[in-house]
Write a new protein. Structure first.
Length: 321
């Protein structure tokens, strides 16, 4: 069997590249990566890197974010079919129609969206910075939020702000069930439930901690007294959780069954060590976006980064297209 870990490390001697991996990737991919993180971290890190060749082991919208923020870089993705159900649920033409209905509103779009949709968005967000983004929008402005309806509902309740929500969802995070969480909690006294905000409302109501992948990871060390965590997000994150808390037990929701693949993102799992090696050797597949898309999509990502860094921004008074 070919040892792709060895081959990738040998390639490092000949080529200057960096590998970025999302927490939902397979453990061996996380271990070969130079950096592992959530979608905000990967976008930031990818654009800050000095090397011109970046491989993003995640889904394609994550590679697009790096390319939009850093157009001179070659951004490789191991498998171009690694999409995202939220991207599929928000086709450009339909999103534009919706956007046009509310020209005076501010459109906040989750980064789990296509580059085209970002061109008609006022500000992007991830689950790490969305609270800062919402708080930065003047109270008298209407908010459109898409494409994740569950994240949108969660924010509406948390900030007591009415939002017009786009009806998209993540096919993985809608698998979790509140009923099953109660059963697991009853079976494991002293456990806590940690959940990603892409889960449905009743699951979030049954959760003790709600946050982005990096926030959930942090919660495992913030709660050193807790020995059992019931995890309502993608399975890949267990790898870093176990590294951080070798003394703790991590139970996968929705069912405590290692053979159940229901909490695995099929898109993230399209990436393999072999595909990563081949992409680095051949410098393909790479993210290709035209200049106009990059320029227009950069506006919402740039606003998102400024808000994340505590800078103030100016909001457009209306949407015209
Ligand atoms: P994070 O931004 O929390 O990494 O989440 C990305 C994602 O796709 C969750 O399903
Ligand atoms: Fe998209 Fe869901 Fe996969 Fe995240 S877990 S990349 S939101 S399909």
């Amino acid at each position: 069997m070919t040892d792709f870990k060895l081959k990738i490390n040998e390639l490092r001697e000949k080529k200057d590249f960096k590998i970025l991996a999302h927490y939902y990737e397979e453990s061996d991919i996380q271990d070969i990566a130079d950096y592992v993180g959530d979608s905000l971290f990967l976008a930031q890190k990818g654009s800050e890197l000095e090397t011109n060749l970046v491989l993003l082991a995640g889904v394609t919208f994550m590679g697009e974010s790096v390319k939009i923020l850093s157009p001179d870089k070659t951004v490789l993705v191991p498998d171009m079919n690694a999409g995202c159900s939220l991207v599929d649920h928000s086709p450009y033409n339909k999103y534009l129609e919706w956007r046009r209905k509310y020209p005076e509103a501010i459109c906040v779009t989750y980064v789990n969206s296509s580059a085209a949709v970002k061109t008609i968005t006022d500000v992007a967000c991830t689950s790490s910075n969305v609270e800062k983004v919402i708080n930065s929008i003047p109270k008298d402005r209407q908010i459109l939020f898409g494409p994740d309806i569950n994240l949108g509902r969660y924010l509406e309740k948390k900030f007591k702000r009415d939002m017009i929500l786009w009806p998209g969802s993540c096919q993985v995070h809608v698998q979790f069930s509140a009923q099953k969480l109660f059963e697991l909690k009853a079976k494991h006294p002293g456990s806590i439930v940690i959940a990603h905000p892409e889960c449905e409302e009743n699951v979030l109501l049954a959760s003790d901690v709600i946050g982005s992948t990096s926030a959930l990871l942090k919660s495992t060390t913030d709660n050193m007294n807790v020995k059992t965590f019931i995890v309502a997000t993608e399975l890949g994150i267990f790898h870093q959780m176990k590294k951080l808390r070798p003394d703790a037990t991590f139970i996968q929701a929705p069912v405590e069954d290692e053979n159940c693949a229901c909490n695995e993102c099929p898109y993230m799992k399209m990436n393999t060590m072999e595909k990563i090696y081949n992409a680095l050797v051949n410098e393909t597949p790479k993210i290709e976006l035209d200049d106009k898309t990059i320029q227009d999509a950069n506006v919402c990502l740039d606003r998102m980064m400024k808000i994340t860094n505590g800078e103030s921004i100016e909001w457009p008074s209306r949407f015209e297209l």
